[in-house]
Design a protein around this ligand. Structure first.
Ligand code: SIN
Ligand code: MN
Length: 291
């Protein structure tokens, strides 16, 4: 898939592009069908909501689930980002976020690159998020919210929030959010939330400030997020376990466009379980050396 000049200009201005219904129901059905079994696994890669059994985020399914391994190589997701960066990409992070009916908790205001810089020492912001909805997203089930144009601020100040939810995040404080929203148009377009059917896709800049509220509705809001990083911009520190921040910088090779409808061979290196090394962090290794 190729972005037009107008789309590239829109992306540069707003920091995101929305493609409603880009994948058909036939294409998403095998992805959807695989989620309950993945979420049922009692594995470190399933982070559950604080005090609850509902899964907040499943990590790295592209390494052990066939449908998601194919999605991770889909040209509709990879090619536009590769063209924008003029370089091959590797998978920095792969998530299936639940935001389950009644249980899905908030994602505080943040920039993803803030976390990738602070925790993973990713050198620059040459990394992109691609979201694909596996459920319809509406105003009730905690849609993503963006502050358009906020990516043009670069990296903004953030604090490490280890308590609000079950997942640590570098978050932006309310005063700065107020300023950014005012600058983006206040009540008139200062916050947007792309909504649409399952199969919709969003590309968004790694410095775009975003958040989502809790899901009090009876509708799940399962979405997949690929965080694609230019190979030359790979992370320099392994502070987080490998199932969260990947250490394999091999360039992604795309499958054909019909890969979600037909069988294609894919590598599933963690099919029989995660290697112990995927749980290790460089800080632990340093501690071991010191001991
Ligand atoms: C994220 O920011 O990584 C996830 C936000 C969401 O799923 O609402
Ligand atoms: Mn994020």
């Amino acid at each position: 898939m190729k972005l037009s000049k107008a789309q590239i200009e829109q992306f540069d201005r707003d920091g995101y592009l929305f493609f409603p219904g880009l994948f058909t129901p036939e294409e998403t059905q095998n992805l959807n069908a695989a989620v309950p079994e993945l979420y049922a696994r009692r594995e470190a890669y399933n982070v559950r909501e604080k005090g609850k059994d509902a899964v907040r985020t499943n990590f790295a399914a592209h390494l052990y689930s066939e449908p998601f391994a194919k999605l991770a190589r889909h040209p509709r997701m990879i090619e536009p980002v590769q063209a924008l960066f003029g370089e091959k990409l590797y998978m920095h992070q792969f998530k299936i976020n639940g935001k389950m009916a009644f249980e899905g908790d908030v994602w505080q205001w943040h920039q993803d690159y803030g976390t990738w810089l602070n925790d993973d020492h990713m050198p620059t912001e040459r990394a992109m998020n691609v979201a694909i909805f596996l459920d319809d997203v509406n105003e009730y089930n905690g849609p993503l919210m963006f502050i358009p144009g906020s990516h043009r601020k670069g990296v903004v100040e953030a604090k490490h929030d280890l308590t609000t939810t079950s997942y640590p995040l570098w978050t932006v404080d309310n005063d700065l959010i107020r300023q950014l929203v005012t600058r983006a148009g206040g009540k008139d377009g200062g916050i947007v939330s792309p909504k649409g059917p399952a199969g919709s896709m969003i590309l968004f800049h790694s410095c775009l400030v975003h958040a989502s509220s809790s899901n009090l509705s009876p509708f799940n809001r399962v979405s997949v997020y690929l965080s694609l990083c230019a190979v030359s911009n790979h992370i320099r520190r392994y502070k987080r376990p490998e199932y969260i921040a990947h250490r394999d910088f091999t360039p992604i090779e795309c499958l054909p466009d019909d890969c979600l409808l037909k069988p294609y061979p894919v590598d599933l290196p963690w099919k029989d379980g995660m290697p112990a090394s995927a749980l290790q962090t460089s800080l632990e290794e340093l501690a071991e050396v010191a001991a």
